[in-house]
Design a binder for this molecule. Sequence first.
Ligand SMILES: Nc1ncnc2c1ncn2[C@@H]1O[C@H](COP(=O)(O)OP(=O)(O)OP(=O)(O)O)[C@@H](O)[C@H]1O
Ligand SMILES: [Mg+2]
Length: 339
Amino acid sequence: MNAVEARDLVKEFSGKRTVRALDGVSIDVRPGSILGLLGPNGAGKTTVVRILSTVLVPDAGHARVLGHDVVREADIVRRLIGLAGQYAAVDENLTGRENLRMVGRLTHLPKKITLERSDTLLEQFGLSDAANRTLKTYSGGMRRRLDLAAALVGRPPILFLDEPTTGLDPQSRQDLWVVIEGLVRAGTTVLLTTQYLEEADRLADRIVVVDHGRVIAEGTPAELKADLGTTVISLTVPDSATARSVAAILSPLAPRPPVIDDATVELTVEEAPRVAAEALRALDQHGVTVVGLTLREPSLDDVFLRLTGHRAEEVAEVASGATSSDEGGTPSHDREGRR
Ligand SMILES: Nc1ncnc2c1ncn2[C@@H]1O[C@H](COP(=O)(O)OP(=O)(O)OP(=O)(O)O)[C@@H](O)[C@H]1O
Ligand SMILES: [Mg+2]
């Protein structure tokens, strides 16, 4: 049995304009694993989490947590889950310790157990020294850790983490990753939403990519990246006209068409050092000046660009009503999701 199972979830929000936030999303989370739900702003990630945590009722489809229906058995489901992240239910005016104790009271834990667990969690998350300070004085990283601690007071077997590290500095992000990994080692099942491929890559056993309320790809991190190639070679040339001819010259060197972004041409390849050397030789032969060359791991943006034909931040702009210029010459993309 899957720890979490959602089938064909549909959710619309009506306002000035009806938004179909979820348009048939299905996910499975195996017991003791981390599923990364990856997608840009407005993709529907929080809506999935809110349905699974019984805050919202889906318009169609159904979902189960440890076999219990999130609508018909919402009370049972609530006792099985912990929720941390975007819409955290912590109180700014209470101290760290008071917040954890309040969670214990709200979940009807015996007082003695609440006190013990609160202190253990504060210790475990490096918050003992700040335990008696109000949250107003906490840094972003401390807040996220307290928020996660609050979700753990009830020792839930299932944890929903909605963008747990968004806005954190790299060190705080790493620290939180270590904490989450520890929880999973101890048997917790985690559904984590994120906008960062790097985060999903590090933590998730499987990734489901959502965009516009639909699943557009899924697989292990290795599968998703293998689909792209392992390294992105990014070449900057003097202007966008040159970039277009460079793309034509370099096209035979990569399995997929180069992506042009203004005066930059990107190739996603397996053997970056060899291809980069070949590319430079070819451009030299054609008398093209290369202004910059970088190699990097594929990012969420690259995954998105391949899957949807637009970059993640453009999706966000479109979603928020801004106009986006048409990327003429965008190569055709494989829209078929992975199994
Ligand atoms: N209560 C609501 N009323 C109206 N529209 C909503 C509501 N909640 C979500 N939406 C819309 O549904 C879509 C999906 O939103 P959701 O919050 O699930 O996205 P998300 O993937 O969590 O995005 P983000 O990364 O920004 O948190 C968006 O277009 C959003 O504007
Ligand atoms: Mg969200």
